[in-house]
Design a protein around this ligand. Structure first.
Ligand code: C2O
Ligand code: CU
Length: 487
């Protein structure tokens, strides 16, 4: 399809869906003010490049990059704007761009085969969609993701509120890790069996915005909005801001009642985002290590906050930090239709299932070690409702009716964490292990612990076939994905 053909097609699709959406009273704000929308033209080219990941200037790492840099350019627009992204593929393989967390029309979602034809080497594609929700989002390929994201393809997409909250600095930290060889080149052992069956490809070098971090200079009295984005294939971060009191104001781009993190640890699973307000209360000249303590015995210092000699103000700001709501449809929990989803498989999964069966009598157990051996052969070892996906095209695991509220009860019967992501929608996390959550947070990716049961609720208001998968990219490659159809 030619570039203009694509755009025309997109517009028709968009207008059709906008009209239908207006009929349901969804997202009506954006439709009503369409004439005042600003169109933001962005060009994105993907190809190979060289990145300065480590501190040694003589040591460059061969990467894949958007517009030649890792991370790719930060795309910053205002809520209500329309994005028009002219994309060109200069890789030697097919790719797509997925706008993680953004509620785009289905045709713009960037899932190869399912929502669009993969973009061939040398080909172009124009993505066009509205910035419906304000918040912190990101973009990445959805094709051959373990390798393409693992080699450096990701960037932030910041959608500013129409009236932003007052801060001294708005800072984005893209957290990632890399598996580098002694020569500081990306290790080629992608899709390794051990990574697929355990906790994914965990790297040996952690970066912030593509660089091994050293110091972050701050001033006493300063108020920073820190947008954390985890773009790692598999690593989960648990940040301790030693001596500072971070306040969480948004999760996965969506506003949440401002609150302190549980146990002072800011947890960011793969693909997840956390927006923090940090008031800098340290003394001028002081230095504070920020640590990642997620994996208990493997904690390390991520970066130092270094206070400048001059302070900014003697007190902290007291202006409001509650973000304005996004136009999300509130699920009707009383009337909601319920479905259950069970995650199984992976190393030691059979053991977890046996143990959980002891507690949940009457539950049927499949699997076991015999079938595990068969699954090892095909590398498809993670199951959603007993199905391991072979690619992006499959029969929908659920078909939902547009405009209806749903509650999905999800059980993690595996020995591992899984950040579970749904495309095209945000959902409220309403309970964990039967206990209501205190913030009913909106998320697009929910981190589930081993054996945990999580309930999510949402209105199926975006028509199309949407991916539903684990965002540990090796788990996804190992079959942990499905399709949810909204008709
Ligand atoms: Cu971040 Cu299915 O994607
Ligand atoms: Cu997983």
């Amino acid at each position: 399809m030619s570039k203009s053909g694509t755009t025309a097609f997109t517009r028709r699709r968009f207008l059709a869906s906008a009209a239908a959406t207006a009929g349901l009273g969804l997202l009506s704000n954006n439709v009503a003010h369409s004439e005042s929308r600003k169109v933001r033209n962005i060009s994105l080219k993907v190809g190979s490049g060289l990145a300065q990941i480590t501190a040694n200037p003589a040591q460059k790492t061969a990467v894949w990059a958007y517009n030649g840099s890792v991370p790719g350019p930060e795309i910053r627009v205002r809520q209500g704007d329309r994005l028009q992204v002219a994309f060109e593929n200069n890789l030697k393989e097919e790719t797509t761009v997925h706008w993680h967390g953004v509620r785009t029309p289905n045709a713009m979602d960037g899932v190869p085969h399912l929502t669009q034809k993969p973009i061939a080497p040398g080909a172009r594609f124009t993505y066009e969609f509205d910035a419906v929700d304000a918040g912190t989002f990101w973009y990445h390929p959805h094709q051959h993701s373990t390798v393409q994201v693992g080699r450096g393809l990701y960037g932030s997409l910041i959608i500013e509120e129409k009236t932003p909250i007052v801060v001294d600095r708005d800072v984005t930290w893209i957290l990632d890790d890399w598996r580098l060889t002694d020569k500081k080149q990306i290790s080629n052992d992608f899709d390794h069996w051990h990574d697929i069956s355990h906790n994914g490809r965990i790297g040996n070098v952690v970066t912030i915005n593509g660089r091994v971090p050293t110091a972050f200079t701050v001033r006493k009295g300063e108020r920073i909005r820190l947008r954390l984005i985890n773009t790692a294939n598999a690593r989960i971060f648990g940040l301790n801001f030693n001596g500072h009191k971070p306040t969480i104001i948004a999760l996965d781009g969506q506003p949440v009642a401002p609150h302190a993190p549980d146990g002072d640890l800011v947890i960011v699973g793969p693909a997840m985002r956390v927006d923090l307000i940090l008031d800098m209360t340290g003394e001028p000249g002081s230095r504070h290590p920020i640590e990642d303590n997620f994996y208990r015995r493997l904690s390390y210092r991520l970066i130092n906050f270094v206070y400048a000699k001059e302070l900014l103000r003697t007190t902290v700001l007291t202006s409001p930090i509650t973000l304005p709501k996004n136009p999300l449809n509130e699920p009707d929990l009383e009337a909601a239709t319920r479905h259950t989803i069970t995650f199984r498989g992976g190393m030691m999964g059979a053991m977890v299932e046996r143990q959980m069966a002891g507690k949940q009598s009457g539950m049927m157990m499949g699997g076991g070690m015999g079938s595990m051996r068969d699954m090892m052969h095909s590398k498809k070892i993670w199951l959603i409702n007993d199905v391991a996906a072979e690619g992006h095209i499959m029969a929908p695991m659920l078909t939902l009716k547009r405009g209806t509220s749903y509650i999905l009860t999800m059980t993690n019967m595996t020995a591992w964490h899984h950040p579970i992501h749904m495309h095209g929608h945000s959902f409220r996390v309403i309970s964990r292990n039967g206990k209501p959550t205190s913030h009913k947070e909106w998320q697009d990716t929910v981190l589930m612990e081993s054996r945990e049961r999580v309930e999510i609720a949402f209105v199926a208001d975006n028509p199309g076939d949407w991916m539903f998968h684990c965002h540990i990219l090796e788990h996804m490659a190992g079959g942990m994905m499905g399709v949810i159809r909204v008709t």
